[in-house]
Ligand binder design. Structure first.
Ligand code: SF4
Length: 324
């Protein structure tokens, strides 16, 4: 058993769990152990804030109340139901995972992370989350919040040398109180969301600061304990460079716009590339057609769009629609 640097792990577990019981948000996916519902929530939450996910989660489950209903739905319906969440590829992967559970597992979710991770689009985090939140297994996994909290609690401030995920996962595994994995992992995530945030951790009101290595190392002022961008381990572009390009000029923005337009088409109808270009981009011209065709090709590869009747036609007249 690991020890937190300042105290026994048992005291840390006690204080975190007590805080979680008192302060947890009432979230719909915390009221269920249905693995289908847990899967839907986890996929939605991967890139999207909780407040945006809540109404979408309820609406999606009204439209596809069971694993079977999602597996049997036309993919175009699933993409339409995903509207407003972004990262539309998640919708296609979610349906593929549902279809695999129905076709290969008789409609019953596997319970072990090693089996769950074989489902389409399910990574290590989601496999662990389903095993823990649906089947109450004492399983460790890392998302952004858990990684940050475990690192600060056991290893020190953000600017200290970054431990690798293998080490953090090992620590996270040993930190789980036996038989209480569901509550513990929810508690760590909640602490990361509400108190131990990336850029402005509220150490002054943190229930576990007495056990925290980062707090002990640099407790003179909250604002100087942590780097402004959170973990230094990320290989992403510096924030300053990312901010130079407005989101509305990025390919990710235009991919979302394309899918939004395709959603509005009546079933069986398609749109030609030129008309699509005019609708998604101000000042669209013929010179933009190759760029647009490349974006659509990427969406086709991701299962979010389909070409219709392009053989022999000039590029401007190539037809695009949602997949059947
Ligand atoms: S004391 Fe500060 S750094 Fe440590 S867990 Fe709490 S909020 Fe995070």
């Amino acid at each position: 058993m690991i020890e937190s640097p300042l105290d026994t792990i048992a005291n840390l577990q006690r204080d975190l769990l007590a805080w979680f019981r008192e302060n947890q948000r009432d979230l719909p996916w915390r009221r269920t152990r249905d693995p289908y519902r847990i899967l839907v929530s986890e996929v939605m939450l991967q890139q999207t804030q909780v407040d945006r996910v809540k109404p979408k989660y309820e609406a999606f489950l009204d439209r596809f109340p069971t694993l079977q209903a999602l597996a049997e739905a036309p993919v175009s319906e699933v993409i339409r139901a995903w509207q407003g969440l972004g990262y539309n590829r998640r919708a296609v992967n979610l349906q593929r995972a549902a279809q695999t559970v129905v076709e290969q597992h008789g409609g019953r979710f596997p319970e072990e992370p090693e089996e769950l991770i074989r489902l389409p689009g399910i990574g290590a985090y989601t496999a662990g989350a389903i095993a823990c939140f649906a089947f109450e297994r004492d399983v460790a996994f890392l998302d952004t919040n858990i990684r940050r909290v475990i690192r600060r609690l056991f290893c020190g401030p953000d600017e200290a040398e970054a431990p690798g995920d293998a080490l953090l996962l090992n620590i996270a595994r040993q930190a789980i109180p036996s038989g209480q994995g569901w509550e513990w992992n929810q508690g760590v995530m909640e602490l990361g969301a509400l108190i131990c945030t990336a850029t402005s951790p509220a150490c002054w009101r943190c229930p576990v600061r007495a056990h925290c290595a980062a707090y002990a190392a640099r407790s003179e002022a909250d604002s100087t304990i942590f780097s402004a961008t959170g973990s230094a381990a990320s290989g992403s572009r510096p924030r300053r460079l990312r901010e130079q390009q407005p989101f509305t000029s990025t390919n990710r923005y235009f991919r979302g716009r394309i899918v939004d337009i395709l959603r509005t088409l009546p079933a069986e109808e398609s749109i030609d590339l030129e008309e699509l270009g005019v609708q998604i981009k101000a000042g669209f011209s013929a010179a933009d057609l190759p760029w647009l065709a490349t974006l659509v090709e990427g969406l086709v590869g991701d299962g979010l769009a389909a070409w219709r009747a392009r053989d022999g036609a000039e590029l401007a007249r190539w037809q695009v629609a949602l997949p059947a």
